[in-house]
Write a protein that binds this ligand. Structure first.
Ligand code: ADE
Length: 222
């Protein structure tokens, strides 16, 4: 069983995305378990504060060390094998290779921040810092959700056909996927490439590989 824990101030953010389609099926089939921990529950001051002003001045607020570290330690207590990942724009970039690496670990904790960032001392408590890309989201939650979705669909038994994940874009030597077509054969005057109707599987394979290479090159991936 794949076990994910999410440390967040907004557990409700994850309710609907995990209750539909592939994540829902994976959870219902017992292939994945996802638990959210509310960071605010680990604040010990009387107002349950989770943020404070930065020392040295500057705009915005920071996530306080005490509640966040408390939530990380609880996640490690609940699942001693868990690999704790902080979502932050200054982390290493997420990609399909990382997704495969995390899925192998089977136990993952995703730490979501809000405000301007985390107190630096929180970083000592995590195993890794991860970024979804070079842009700034309003919080780590959309990043954590994307990572979680990318992992769940890779779990054995989750996708309808076991080859689907293997044929994904990026899986083969970092290449993009080839173009796909389904019925009708002609849509608004645009035809399906003839080779796909030929029944010649060697030719179809060669065409697909060539198209994937063209696409990957035009998008600077190879
Ligand atoms: N939090 C805010 N922006 C982020 C990003 N690009 N990746 C991961 N976490 C984030």
């Amino acid at each position: 069983m794949f076990h994910a824990q999410i440390l967040t101030l907004f557990p409700e953010f994850f309710t609907s995305p995990l209750a539909c389609s592939i994540p829902k099926r994976a959870i219902e089939a017992g292939l994945a378990q996802v638990d959210c921990l509310q960071i605010r529950d680990f604040s010990t001051d009387k107002h349950h504060n989770v943020d404070d002003k930065p020392y040295g001045g500057g705009p915005g607020m920071l996530m306080k060390a005490e509640p966040v570290v408390g939530s990380i330690r609880e996640a490690r207590k609940r699942d001693p094998q868990t690999h704790v990942v902080m979502l932050t724009p200054s982390g290493v970039p997420f990609n399909q290779a990382k997704a495969l690496e995390y899925v192998e670990k089977r136990h993952i904790t995703l730490l979501c921040g809000r405000y301007e960032g985390f107190d630096e001392r929180i970083c000592d408590e995590v195993d890794e810092q991860l970024s979804l890309g070079d842009y700034v989201l309003s919080g780590g939650e959309p990043a954590a959700l994307s990572v979680l979705d990318a992992l769940i669909r890779l779990l054995p038994g989750v996708l309808g056909s076991p080859e689907s994940a293997l044929l994904d874009s990026f899986t083969e030597e970092g290449m993009l996927d080839w173009p796909h077509y389904t019925r009708p054969e002609i849509f608004e005057g645009k035809s399906v490439p003839k080779v796909l109707l030929s029944g010649d599987h060697a030719k179809i394979d060669a065409w697909r590989k060539e198209q994937a290479a063209i696409r990957s090159k035009s998008r600077h991936l190879s």
